[in-house]
Write a protein that binds this ligand. Structure first.
Ligand SMILES: [Zn+2]
Length: 356
């Protein structure tokens, strides 16, 4: 009698118009029960039109009001590191300020979701040493202030995966894995609308799967982690090592100060056929293929999305990647997942957190 609507999904204005038409038809037919279902659903949609996503980073805390997958208002403050009480107070103020800015009442907010650069346990305790948080019950504390609003918290890489899953490069797929190539490598796994974070909140640490033997150790204490081969830092470290010993365009680009080398410089030099850059990029591509093959061996997802600063070199990353990945798989004739570049750069944190 009524269309197959999914209440979790965003309802557009066009859909609302459709509802009106259906309502009128139902009234004419006198089918009261269906009408009540519609009215209930309609009212719930109207009541909770907005979500808030909060992206906590080492330098700043960014908040956004999200409506129908769009960020309609933003506010950013500086992160004050050291006290969890100050952090909670700052989040509360940020939420109140952004609501005031947009003249929206808290009763219209369905969810306040928070992305943090740390570990989140199943009972929502957050540990992030860099922010001075150890087993911090962020959700519990914020629930005391925002009593009738759903509060949720998630790891920032997981949250970015949610943003891509609902609104970006992984939209429409049942299962997706996102890797974020930045200073390290973050991971997020979403299967059938559910984030897979593990029994103790330490799952999806894709950056620390061991994929080879490397000439330096990972910050985690292991040798050979994915992120020591394919993060921006890994690219920079290997470029530094080679530029010290060889002539390279990269030396000119960084004004002979190796501390200034960026991953972008390496990719730019690669496009100029620089021999050192070629070695660095080829090494990156080799290990990226091995890392992705590992993910496929574990999960065989519908899609893998590659994000983070390094993904700006999307043409160099995707070129021949699927074939390289297949070479590392035991079932070489089998189809494999789509490998795509993430849609969101800076907005993934807010959009993903709002989807928690
Ligand atoms: Zn590691």
């Amino acid at each position: 009698m009524y269309p197959n609507l999914r209440p979790r999904r965003v309802i557009s204005n066009e859909s609302r118009l459709l509802f009106i038409v259906f309502k009128i038809e139902l009234i004419e037919q006198g089918i009261k029960q269906d009408l009540y279902i519609f009215i209930d659903f309609w009212q719930r949609e109207l009541k909770f039109m907005y979500k808030i996503g909060i992206d906590i980073g080492g330098m700043s805390i960014k908040a956004g009001i999200v409506k129908d997958g769009e960020i309609i208002s933003r506010l950013t403050i500086e992160t004050k590191i050291g006290s969890s009480d100050i952090l909670i107070k700052d989040i509360e103020n940020l939420v109140n300020d952004i609501l005031k800015q947009e003249k929206i009442d808290i009763s219209k907010i369905q969810t306040i979701g928070i992305g943090v650069p740390g570990v989140v346990t199943k009972d929502n305790k957050v540990t992030c040493v860099n922010l001075g948080l150890i087993n911090e019950p962020i959700v519990e504390k914020l629930e005391n202030t925002f009593k009738n609003t759903k509060i949720a918290v998630g790891n920032d890489a997981n949250v970015a995966a949610l943003a891509e899953y609902y609104y970006g490069s992984m939209k429409g797929y049942d299962s997706g894995v996102m890797i974020t190539l930045g200073t390290g490598i973050g991971g997020g796994i979403v299967i059938n609308d559910k984030l897979i974070t593990g029994a103790n909140g330490i799952g999806a640490e894709i950056g620390h799967i061991v994929i080879g033997e490397n000439y330096y150790d990972c910050n985690c204490g292991n040798n050979g982690c994915f992120e020591t081969f394919c993060s921006a830092s890994a690219i920079i470290n290997y470029a530094k090592k080679l530029v010290k010993e060889n002539d390279s365009l990269i030396k000119d680009m960084c004004d002979s100060n190796l501390e200034n080398i960026t991953a972008k410089m390496v990719f730019d030099a690669y496009r100029e056929n620089d021999e050192v850059a070629k070695l660095v990029v080829e090494r990156f591509r080799k290990y990226l293929a091995i890392g992705l093959a590992n993910i496929i061996n574990f999960i065989d997802p519908d899609v893998i999305s590659i994000g983070g600063g390094v993904s700006n070199a999307n043409d160099l990353i995707l070129d021949g990647l699927t074939d390289k990945v297949k070479n590392h798989l035991p079932f070489k004739e089998s189809n494999i997942c789509e490998i795509v570049i993430a849609k969101f750069k800076n907005d993934a944190g807010i959009l993903g957190a709002s989807s928690l």
